[in-house]
Design a protein around this ligand. Structure first.
Ligand SMILES: CC(C)C[C@H](C(=O)NO)C(=O)N[C@@H](CC(N)=O)C(=O)NCc1cccc(N)c1
Ligand SMILES: [Ca+2]
Ligand SMILES: [Zn+2]
Ligand SMILES: [Zn+2]
Length: 158
């Protein structure tokens, strides 16, 4: 069952990226959840109680305890990964140069939005330009969720 059974979901930060301030990370993550919440009856709230959390967000490098085949690989390559429902773990490779509101580096908001797609149960899309396309395609200002992804999330939670 690759769906969440509840729609009011909570997220917990295990740690933060060394490249950004906590406020920048919180803002990017919140906006990444909101991007999907605009198209599905899902609500998200941060919690400081890890036992209450549905999603756990962490920034890691190299082998970080979820199996050698899930080890991160330094700059570029794998940028992040997330586990399908109802696991809720989303891990970001902190050897990436995560940035916000910049065309340089790797935009955390866009990567987080992609990872949350997986965490809701979406696989990769072969539609170029889709958020769930396997390859990061750079930062877009005023990003809107592409049609393919809207259909994907609405088929599951609509
Ligand atoms: C086999 C997976 C563990 C690959 C991994 C991924 O898809 N994570 O969701 C990953 O980080 N893929 C890279 C591939 C790449 N270097 O472009 C990626 O950036 N995926 C995340 C991403 C972020 C934002 C948008 C898109 N389309 C894809
Ligand atoms: Ca990497
Ligand atoms: Zn991991
Ligand atoms: Zn992916």
């Amino acid at each position: 069952q690759y769906l969440w059974s509840r729609m009011d979901l909570k997220y917990y930060f295990e740690n933060f990226s060394v490249h950004l301030t906590r406020a920048e990370v919180r803002d990017a993550i919140e906006r990444a959840f909101e991007l999907w919440a605009r198209h599905a009856p899902l609500t998200f709230r941060e919690t400081d109680d890890s036992s209450q959390a549905d999603f756990t967000i962490s920034f890691n490098t190299g082998d970080h305890g979820d199996g050698a085949h899930n080890a991160f690989d330094g700059p570029r390559g794998t940028l992040a990964h997330a586990f399908y429902p109802e696991d809720g773990r989303a891990h970001f490779d902190d050897e990436e140069d995560f940035t916000v509101r910049s065309y340089n580096g790797i935009n955390l908001y866009i990567v987080a939005a992609h990872e949350f797609g997986h965490a809701f149960g979406l696989g990769h899309s072969d539609v170029e330009g889709a958020l769930m396309y396997p390859w990061y395609q750079g930062y877009v200002e005023n990003y809107e969720l592409p049609e393919d992804d809207i259909q994907g999330i609405q088929q599951m939670y609509g």
